[in-house]
Design a protein around this ligand. Sequence first.
Ligand code: MLT
Length: 354
Amino acid sequence: MRQHQVDDASARPPSAARYLGRSRLGIGVAAATLALAACGGGGGGGGGEEAAEGYPDGDITVVVPFSAGGPTDTVTRLVAEPMAEELGGNIVVQNVEGAGGTVAAGEVAAANPDGYTVLMHHIGMSTAPSLYPDLAYDPLADFKTVGLVTEVPMTIVARKDLEPQTMEELVVYLQQNADTVTLANAGIGAASHLCGLLLQEAIGQTLTEVPYEGTGPALTDLVAGQVDVMCDQTTNTTGQIQGGEVKAYAVTTPERVASLPDLPTTAEAGLPELQVGVWHGLYVPAETPDEIVQRLSDALKVALADQAVIDQLADLGSAPVAEEEATPEAHTERLSEQIELWRPIIEQAGVSAD
Ligand code: MLT
């Protein structure tokens, strides 16, 4: 069997020319892409049988749009290993932070459509068009979807010495101290930002938001007492909640989370409107051959059925999506629905990145 592994590329700049793609290699790569197309290889939804033959024959880069150690990074690294094994190749995880995930998504949209550059993104893919008027890409037109990956609950957490003991007390505290409380997030359009918006809407107050490049570093600051409150995914917060390093108030899902059974839901705590779950999905540039997309989707399904992945996700309060959702069709449907769902919410909140 070929070697398979997941490299940690978070500490070094993107290196593979194919990852840099059209955006950075400009005319040289565009010419190479045209030449490939003329021989029937490379881009386009068709002519992909030859392109898929022997795929992969080099590293596949999965770009994570937030910093290492955060929830998106955690989910990516969990599924990357069994995917690499199934594909018989190597997967390199690359963290490209910035602007709520839109920097990474823009780079992947412009990358070579050869199956060697893949994006892992979450709900933020559907909110970016409403939040970023000058978005450099169209989530539906500039990508092919590979499949949904996971559903992850969110938690309302705070530095461990914050006074309130319950979610009800927290609401009162935030209302009375709105001018001094700081609310961490991972940038406009990040899941933590969206959840923070819903929290502010629910308490009827505006808090001071502190953006980070990911909720990995935000959580570090929360544990150190540098910021007060955060809404973040269980894949990031479970360890710190169980270890008593942060104070946890509620989960934002309709049901309680098995790995955090003592935490009430926001609805139980009197805030039924504060509900949000985070879905993740894999994307490739729009011209990637369908056969390669299918190979990736098949490998994703195998990874999500892996008992070790299921168990590790369960420990983090999450679960893989059902097999039929790990498909391009189900993923496109979810993305389209969610773009429409979030547009009025964001318009009403009056939030914009400009
Ligand atoms: C988010 O807030 O969108 C994510 O938690 C960011 C991350 O993965 O760090």
